[in-house]
Design a protein around this ligand. Structure first.
Ligand code: KG4
Ligand code: ZN
Length: 338
């Protein structure tokens, strides 16, 4: 059968990424992180868009070079159509459209959320692909969703955040504690050396499978304000315990909802994705779920779980096989639904 080479481009938030895939296997996976946002403690959309414009040509060139693939060998260009920041999406979308047009090959638009889930189908040694149906929990700085996945392109969102994403809960807590951005990895590291029961934060009451994290952030803020009034060195003296307690609360929220989703659907195959799936606490809680609840869990390689273009490439590959190509007039969509 024919070899299928896909070039994929991702630019929905603050990472400019390109990847080349051959028949479902990754040949290259290049990500340019935008350091510029660190000093602002969060992503600044206008700066993100400008950085994408600077990065996109070198990132694509590097992806092709690392893969050892010529532009003329490509069979299709896949790109993130949404959801994401409009100014960021526009850069990737325009670039992908022009390149596909110039090379006279098909263009494939990809939903970023679908890509986080289908990243589990990248062909890799030593990695079992999930069996359908499975539950996918996508947890990152931009998203928090539980999706019932019946097939590659048959997915239903059964729960999502009504306010902040879980990664934002980490990053905003980190800001209160004076940690750098993004704070997730440091809170995780410190949490492993602290006592998770040292401080208690109440979990939000949200119906069904939806999540809420904005109340937790406020609770942490008030708690820190109160404690530092009494003891100005409170944070320094208790940082590991504070981090462990925050992490314990967040993981509890995530696992409670996963348990409920599994119970309601009867599905025991559970996959996670998104930057927060790197978290040691969530990984351990999932492994515990295998013993406690008979779950089978799937966690992709880290480079395929934070924002990347390899996950866009696998969706491109699967859509290519189905002959699902974009129209010439396809446009970026900031609020694209699953
Ligand atoms: O998927 P990602 O790279 O980008 C998007 O937001 O889409 O996720 C980044 C988020 C940040 O909020 C970061 O703090 C969080 O993932 N994160 C973590 C960990 N590593 C990254 N949160 C908790 N524990 C970690 N180990
Ligand atoms: Zn993402």
């Amino acid at each position: 059968s024919q070899n299928i080479y896909i070039l994929a481009i991702e630019s929905s938030c603050d990472d400019t990424a390109a990847s080349v895939m051959l028949n479902g296997r990754i040949l290259s996976n290049v990500v340019a992180n935008q350091k510029i946002h660190e000093e602002y403690g969060g992503v600044v959309p206008e700066l993100a868009s400008r950085a994408h414009q600077q990065n996109i040509v070198p990132v694509v060139q590097q992806a092709l070079k690392k893969a050892g693939v010529e532009k003329s060998q490509l069979n299709a260009i896949a790109f993130t159509r949404g959801p994401g920041l409009m100014g960021s999406l526009l850069v990737g979308t325009s670039f992908a459209k022009s390149l596909a047009y110039g090379l006279n090959i098909p263009l494939i638009d990809v939903n970023h959320m679908q890509a986080h889930i289908l990243a589990h189908f990248i062909d890799e040694e030593d990695f079992n692909k999930p069996e359908f149906p499975f539950l996918a929990m996508t947890i990152s700085g931009g998203h928090t969703q539980i999706v019932n996945v019946s097939d590659y392109f048959d997915m239903e969102v059964i729960g999502e955040t009504i306010d902040d994403a879980v990664g934002e809960a980490y990053d905003k807590s980190g800001k209160i504690l004076g940690l750098g951005y993004p704070a997730g990895p440091e809170i995780d590291k410190r949490a492993q050396q602290g006592n998770p029961k040292a401080f208690k934060f109440t979990k939000p009451k949200v119906d069904g499978l939806n999540f809420s994290f904005s109340g937790l952030k406020t609770a942490i803020l008030y708690f820190i304000q109160k404690e530092t009034k009494a003891n100005p060195n409170f944070i320094e003296e208790n940082l590991n315990d504070i981090c462990a307690s925050i992490q314990y609360t967040i993981i509890g929220i995530l696992i409670d909802k996963l348990k409920l989703a599994s119970k309601e659907t009867g599905i025991k195959h559970i996959a996670i994705g998104g930057g927060v799936s790197a978290n040691s606490g969530i990984r351990k809680a999932l492994k515990d779920g295998e013993k406690k609840f008979g779950w089978t869990t799937y966690i992709p390689k880290f480079e395929y779980t934070t924002d990347n273009a390899a996950m866009i490439a696998i969706v491109g590959h699967l859509k290519f096989l189905e002959g699902e190509f974009s129209q010439n007039n396809v446009v970026a969509s900031a609020r694209l639904k699953l």
